[in-house]
Write a protein that binds this ligand. Structure first.
Ligand code: PLP
Length: 424
């Protein structure tokens, strides 16, 4: 069969874009060669509906071992008693948890999307806001930080059945212990979505949700630096508090409900090539090298935030505890859309992002979100962060000046020259 040059040329073009540009998108990273190799392996050929040892297809002996290793490594990495590594994405992990814990129409309480939450935490354009009854908490306008007394007040008033702690654009550590007190006070299930800071949490750099939350979901491709995918975890199994009592008097365990909600509830065959890649990424994350990487991500993010603040950029909450930050550009008279578009011309990728109490639409926005996970994988250190902020600032101050944007692109290419995507 003829090689599909049309697609391979595009893949090469994307590789060159990634190699020569500056990747500041907070949700992106670069995987190791072995993660990439597993993701492109013959395991993509295998159907394996079911779970290790309980499949609906023959010939699953090998993938059973792969999936079990992925589960065991994830358990060791996060100190979890239960893990499901099959969700194809973070959204599907959340879909499965909601399906297992809730009935359509049930009330949920999540972090407002425009304050830093995720679409799957109750947005009206997502299944979570269409199928369930969403209510929201947000950050305080003055501080940009979560106010737990206010969250308690909202929970008491709304009486949700499920509370979501976690975000896509919140730069501060989350008090999961306090969230559990709030959840217990209203009899709600507490779910943490640690998609963004998962790697920092795994290495003990941020608060650990596992001891406090009933269930924890994550993506595997952000700070965790694995293939694109999702995962569900529990610190300990428990009986479904809302479930129908079985004939023997017991209620179904949540582990069995989560497994059924993923397959057959929400997905068909698992992506065993991706599960193999997850296993490798978890193995990498269990090493001390990965701890060094995570500590460097945190240092780089802090250095970026400090340099932005020194140039009068308004970082929501004033700084960062994790790998990312949200910048309100209103004092620069620039929208998120304008900034994103001009930065792309300078070969710097960020995403436009709503900021708390934004007066612009999600298509325009007042802010940009910036993260340090990807640039740290490429080997950049604190000393490079001032250079990056200078380059971003030059673009923001010269949005329409194509000559300046081209000159910044040349500087970006020089900064990234001779750096592989993944520096081990
Ligand atoms: N949850 C959070 C907090 C996220 O930030 C994201 C992705 O941005 C997701 C869930 C969804 O992940 P995916 O894009 O894999 O569906």
């Amino acid at each position: 069969m003829q090689r599909d040059e049309q697609i391979f040329e595009l893949i090469e073009a994307e590789k060159q874009r990634q190699l020569h540009g500056l990747e500041l998108i907070a949700s992106e990273n670069f995987v190791s060669d072995q993660v990439m190799e597993a993701a492109g392996s013959v395991l993509t050929n295998k159907y394996a509906e079911g779970y290790p040892g309980k499949r609906y297809y023959g010939g699953c002996e090998v993938v059973d071992e792969v999936e079990q290793i992925a589960i065991d490594r994830a358990k060791a990495l996060f100190g979890a008693a239960y893990v499901n590594v099959q969700p194809h994405s973070g959204s599907q992990a959340n879909t499965a948890v909601f399906a297992a814990c809730l009935n359509p129409g049930d009330k949920i309480l999540g972090f407002d999307l425009s304050h830093g939450g995720h679409l799957t935490h109750g947005s009206p354009v997502n299944f979570s806001g269409k199928l369930y009854n969403p209510t929201f908490y947000g950050v305080d306008q003055e501080t940009g930080i979560l106010n737990y007394d206010k969250i308690q007040e909202i929970a008491t008033k709304e009486q949700p059945k499920l509370i979501i702690a976690g975000a896509s654009a919140y730069s501060r550590d989350i008090d999961f212990k306090r969230f559990r007190v709030i959840a217990d006070s209203v009899g709600a299930i507490l779910m943490a979505d640690i998609s963004h800071p998962a790697g920092l949490i795994a290495k003990g750099i941020l608060n650990d949700p596992i001891p406090h939350c009933h269930v924890v979901t994550t993506t595997t491709h952000k700070t965790l630096r694995g293939p694109r995918g999702g995962m569900i975890m529990m610190g300990e199994d428990f009986e479904n508090p809302f479930g129908i009592t079985l004939k023997n008097g017991s209620k179904r365990k949540m582990s069995s409900l989560f497994d059924s909600a993923v397959f057959p509830g929400n997905q068909g065959g698992p992506l065993e090539h991706i599960i193999a890649a997850k296993a490798i990424a978890f193995g990498e994350a269990l090493t001390d090298d990965y701890l060094t990487y995570m500590l460097q991500v945190k240092k780089n993010a802090a250095a970026l935030a400090e340099a932005f603040v020194a140039k009068d950029y308004n970082i929501i909450s004033g700084g960062t505890d994790n790998h990312m930050m949200l910048i309100d550009l209103r004092n620069k008279n620039v929208s998120g859309k304008q900034a994103e578009e001009a930065l792309v011309k300078a070969e710097i990728t960020v995403n436009k992002n709503m900021v708390p109490f934004d007066d612009k639409s999600p298509f325009v926005t007042s802010g940009i979100r910036i993260g340090a996970a990807a640039i740290t994988t490429r080997g950049l250190k604190e000393s490079d962060m001032q250079t990056i902020v200078d380059l971003v600032d030059e673009v923001i101050l010269n949005l329409e000046d194509e000559t300046v944007l081209a000159a910044v692109a040349t500087k970006v290419n020089a900064l990234m020259a001779d750096r592989p995507l993944f520096v081990s």
